[in-house]
Design a protein around this ligand. Structure first.
Ligand code: HAM
Length: 429
């Protein structure tokens, strides 16, 4: 029976897995620069972590979660995102007891049952950061700057930074009331999903892709008219900080983000290249989510963070030719001439490997052609060639594939050539 991978999932190997790990390494190193420490939370959680955390009225919770009953009939869900689990862990492990901010990052797989397409998968990887603790406009700007610098470090420059504020909870509640009133009058002309959204969560109507360009949407109430002076002053301060940090942004009043926990500053980094078929793809999204900790019975805590889709970043690296794979896989390939020296070749390889020199041999063939093919495949800078004559005379042929030189060397010189300290290698005749 042929078994294939599940639609919307990916296998990584060869060059792709290197690209994936390259992004991970950049993510880890920038996290260190900004003082974020790693957190690993379970890949599945009790369903209510996401239902309460992400919000009952969101597409993620309503349509996209992989939810199942375990053997004791408890409802579990594969995490669709990182923030809810991190907030749950923050409260459960009483991280709030430590004074100041908890700055955490994660890099791991998430699961959403979405319709697969370029840049949208059912199992995908997010690199995310969360800063939980006393909030400030300076921190908001610093988190956005983190995302900006991360993409810059990957070489991704053509990105639009869209930013908005959805105000404090009370401002947002007033706005939701206004939206409800407004859309109630037009709901017959809107899509079925919007009809449900009107009941459950009117803010989500603004995310609707179907009705996005309609006049009804264009004339909808604007959040700015429902915000308090403090909310506006806070947002202005974030923008001022971004100006100072040199981050160019566009204020997008309709940007409300698809998850319920947000308040105040929200942002998205969007790939911006009109000639590309991934133009408009959101590479990174985040915002402030003060008070999410209350959903897990923790103390009221301010928080902000973002998540970025690693597979989307891989697509962009490919598109812009930003990932170069010239890594050599091994330092040396040991080639033997004739079957009688295969064991000596294996022993020499074992010596090199045990002394931290990466090494490859052909386990099957003693013909020269396949052995040279192997050294090409692994891009080895050195090739050692031994036959019974070399073993007899205590020498080996050393080829340098970069300088294109070859010479006979004494077997005692092996240590010096590969910087090996300690006991020398000797042929066992
Ligand atoms: P999100 O906007 O749902 O936010 O996802 C963040 C990023 O994950 C997106 O911008 C995108 O790059 C990537 N992503 C989302 N869904 C998929 C998918 N199906 N396939 C591939 N990539 C995808 C969050 O998840 C929030 N937890 C972000 C956050 C952290 N907010 C505050 N802290």
């Amino acid at each position: 029976m042929k078994v294939s991978k599940i639609k919307g999932t990916l296998d990584y190997f060869g060059r792709d897995v290197k690209k994936y790990r390259y992004i991970e390494n950049v993510a880890r190193s920038i996290s260190k620069q900004f003082g974020y420490l790693e957190i690993v939370t379970p890949i599945f959680e009790a369903t209510e972590v996401f239902a309460r955390g992400v919000g009952e009225g969101t597409d993620i919770v309503n349509k996209e979660m992989y939810t199942f009953l375990d053997r004791s009939e408890k409802s579990l869900t594969l995490r669709p995102e990182g923030t809810a689990g991190v907030s749950r862990a923050y409260v459960e492990n009483k991280m709030y007891v430590d004074p100041g901010l908890k700055k955490l990052f994660y890099f791991g797989q998430m699961f959403r049952c979405e319709r697969p397409q370029a840049g949208r998968y059912r199992a995908f990887t997010q690199f995310g950061i969360e800063a939980l603790g006393p909030g400030s406009a300076y921190l908001d700007a610093d988190v956005i700057y983190f995302g900006y610098l991360f993409l810059q470090k990957l070489g991704i420059k053509n990105v639009k930074v869209a930013i908005n504020t959805i105000g404090s909870k009370s401002g947002r509640a007033k706005y939701e009331e206004a939206l409800k009133e407004y859309f109630s009058e037009h709901i017959d002309e809107m899509c079925n999903d919007c009809k449900t959204r009107l009941e459950k969560n009117p803010l989500r109507i603004l995310d609707c892709k179907v009705d996005a360009k309609s006049d009804i949407m264009k004339n909808a109430p604007k959040i700015i008219d429902y915000l308090s002076e403090e909310d506006i002053a806070y947002f202005d301060k974030v923008l001022k900080c971004l100006d100072k940090l040199g981050v160019e942004y566009v204020i997008e009043q309709k940007l409300v983000r698809g998850l319920d926990y947000y308040n105040h500053t929200v942002f998205e980094f969007i790939y911006d290249d009109k000639n590309s078929n991934i133009d408009g793809l959101t590479l990174l999204g985040g915002g402030r989510y003060n008070g999410l900790s209350r959903q897990f019975d923790g103390p009221e805590t301010d928080a902000i963070g973002f998540g970025t889709g690693v597979e989307r970043l891989m697509l962009v690296l490919d598109e812009l030719g930003l990932f170069k794979d010239d890594e050599k896989l091994v330092d040396v390939v040991v080639i033997n001439i004739g079957e009688e020296t295969k064991l000596e070749a294996l022993s020499l390889a074992a010596f090199l490997r045990s002394n931290n020199v990466s090494c490859e041999i052909d386990y099957v063939s003693s013909n020269l052609k396949p052995q040279f093919k192997l050294s090409e495949r692994v891009n080895a800078p050195y090739i050692i060639i031994i036959g019974s004559e070399e073993v007899e005379n205590g020498v080996f042929k050393l080829k340098n594939t970069i300088l294109k030189t070859e010479e006979m060397r004494k077997i005692e010189e092996l240590n010096e050539i590969f910087n090996i300290e300690g006991e020398k290698y000797a042929y066992k005749k």
